[in-house]
Design a protein around this ligand. Sequence first.
Ligand code: ADP
Ligand code: MG
Length: 460
Amino acid sequence: RWLRVKQRLRAELGEDIFASWFARLDLDSITLGTVRMSVPTRFLKSWLQSHYAERVLATWQSEDETIKQIDIVVRSPVIRPAIAKARVAEQPAATGERRSATTTAPTAASGDAPTGSPLDPRFVFENFLVGRANTLAHAAAKQVAQARRQDAVLFNPLYIHSGVGLGKTHLLQAIAWAISAQDRKVLYLTAEKFMYGFVSALKTQTALAFKEALRGIDVLIIDDLQFLQGKSTQVEFGHTLNALVDSGRQVIVAADRPPSDLESLDDRLRSRLAGGLVVEMGALSEEIRLEILKNRVNLARTHHPGFDVPAPILTFIAETVTHNGRDLDGALNRLLAHSKLTGGPVTMDIAELAVRDLIRPQDMKRVKIEDIQRTVARHFNVSRSDMLSSRRTANVVRPRQIAMYLAKTLTLRSLPEIGRRFGGRDHTTVLHAVRKIESLADRDRTLAEEIEILKRMLVE
Ligand code: ADP
Ligand code: MG
């Protein structure tokens, strides 16, 4: 029956559509009138549900009247099996030697112990390639990661800055992974998470416990400090920084600019940040870019064994994508999406398409904001009018932000214009959305892939 259902879908929808969306739909079980099928990604699942659910059900019913409903699920962890588990504060020591006094998360009993932002399992020292641009930052990071609890703290705070995509987050998380395997308590937080933690602690009147918890750790790592906003959060961060540094605990910070350029921070905080070691990381050399790509392909292959990129294509990408590591990832994500959707080999033509400015300028003229809104709304199963409304529930907020992000990256419209087209929002709201999605996609591979696929759908 399953075969017949598939054949009918193929005949009715055509080979192309079938190959894109149904080729990897598997039958899991049929019980009590429910057909359970599975696909490898969340994206495919929601696409099939929003576009083809009725048709699939009808096709099943025409083969078997007892079938009442269908259920599409995502097959076991495909994309990022380790991330969900990887929260520093909860990370069990790899060696099992952690002393019990330090394994308990800070003030676990208070209910408001800060938990770290998730760590990407790929971002470890072993995968970090050292070149001229980052020798110093890498050496400092290693020192800090290897220091023992009783060692004098050398560079405190350690402040790493660089343009986007040049390895700050990777290096910071490598430190966090290394330390979480020792007997020191480490907390890795994005500035946003820090803000969020502090603000919600204020709301629940557990701010004191939150502060105490923060000060009870050995190493505090804050990523993307340029996003630390709000007077009270900044004051709180200043206190935390002082308390930690003064008692010989390590603080590591990354930002996209040097301390002197963090305009919104107050002078004292800025000079405190500048008072440790400040290192800049520069652009990645071509050799390093090539190595990063090779590394990425190997990692991707552990989840998608069929994926392969021939050496000349890798060289081509390393030569063409010069600005940053994130675009290297973007290019590879495109190739991966292509290979997953079509099952075909990666050819030079496809690679050229994937890197051509990453997004070709002429495409930017073609993509319409309405199309972005419609496509994203459909993809997330919300209505376009909800997306443009003032509703703030999580299920519309995220799609709205993704649509704004795509409007910014795929069209030439200005932020105020985009704001107007999204129900008359302010340009700062759009800016916030763009940054939010950038920083989320940075950590969340599934989201990054979804966005890549949405872009392909809009641009092609
Ligand atoms: P940033 O935080 O500075 O914006 P990331 O750390 O997120 O940059 O780096 C972007 C991508 O480039 C990541 O996938 C990262 O692993 C990769 N990358 C950057 N620099 C290096 C490096 N030196 N070695 C290996 N990968 C790197
Ligand atoms: Mg980063």
